[in-house]
Design a protein. Structure first.
Length: 83
């Protein structure tokens, strides 16, 4: 899938994009940081460390699907490379 495909799929499901992430391979961290900021948790090295720890220990989503499969390109061979 391409970046535009994800935006269309999101809109087709009735969701609204509130933050257009940078395409710099740090999108998952940027999204989690954005949501944490909305909760009053500011971006910090400690937050980044906790997010990375969480991602390392959770290579699958709640349905058992590997988030690595959501990436639009093949830049990463495995979850550890992505993290």
């Amino acid at each position: 899938m391409r970046r535009d495909d994800y935006a269309k799929a999101t809109e087709d499901q009735g969701f609204r994009l509130v933050y257009n992430l940078p395409g710099d391979s740090n999108c998952q961290f940027a999204a989690l940081s954005h949501h944490a900021k909305r909760l009053g948790i500011l971006r910090s090295p400690e937050i980044m460390r906790k997010i990375v720890e969480y991602l390392k220990s959770n290579p699958y989503d709640s349905d058992g699907f590997p988030p690595l499969e959501h990436l639009a390109d093949d830049d990463f061979a495995c979850w550890d490379d992505y993290i």
